[in-house]
Write a protein that binds this ligand. Sequence first.
Ligand code: ATP
Length: 285
Amino acid sequence: MSNLVAVQGLVKHYKGFTLDQIDLTVPEGEIVGLIGENGAGKTTTIKAILGVIHPDGGTIQVMGKDPGDRTALEKVGVVFEDSYFYGGLNAHQVDRILSGIRRDWDSDKFRKDCNAFDLDMKKPIKDFSRGMRMKLSLTTALASHPRLLLMDEATSGLDPVIRGEILDIFLTFIQDEGCGILLSSHITTDLERVADQIAYIHRGKLLFQQGKDALLEETAVVRGSAAVLDRLPQELVLVRRDGGLSGSAALVKDGAAARRLLPDAVIDRTSIDEMMQLYGGREEA
Ligand code: ATP
């Protein structure tokens, strides 16, 4: 299986922030969920992949080409949280304009998807709700038959019904041969539903990129007093928080091993949200 995106040792310095040696891949056939706290470096990473910003170090390949390469970009669909169109246009006009500009533009698919999404082709986009604008962005991104979808917070602020529709589109999209998605989101339940892999950027560093199922099945949280947690071998502990609202807790990489070592301790399955809270040092989001 080849990688649609291969990022190695990506470095980007801003005043007061460094994106530090990020390694990230988006394999064909997979949805990679990119998580991280506000300001962790997710958008910066996505912009570097698109060639919108220039890295200070590392290498990036997008379908075997450098970021920003025209032939590669033609196969990339992009949806950002705040992407929108000139408000005076309607979807019908967007179709006409883009069919004249984009080589692979598929008007039939665009109109069909607009219809499936209940988007009124004649309504000015300025009168669309946020969810409708997001659906239009996604429909527009898909109308050129991309192989790679890059989505930055695309489902934030949308209701569960629309998010469900969009997630279904991702799952359909990924069934086409050679396609993949990189999806940054704070809605970790969406990622738990659709992502194959989770990549976690924390304060500019990549903590891990790992298969989601293995991550959620193997990782666990041990809860108890500091004395109980002291009995865990260091190599098992990913991160530990002492004395939070609900006592001390340690995220362990192998829940089964922890259960064998501490049969009387409280050891729970975990979620992406809880992992982020433990790494981020917060008890509650
Ligand atoms: P969020 O979840 O809040 O969208 P993020 O993980 O996408 O956050 P980035 O937008 O990548 O985070 O920002 C990472 C850091 O880089 C932040 O400290 C931000 O202020 C800084 N940054 C981003 N772009 C610039 C820029 N053009 N100039 C200076 N600093 C920047």
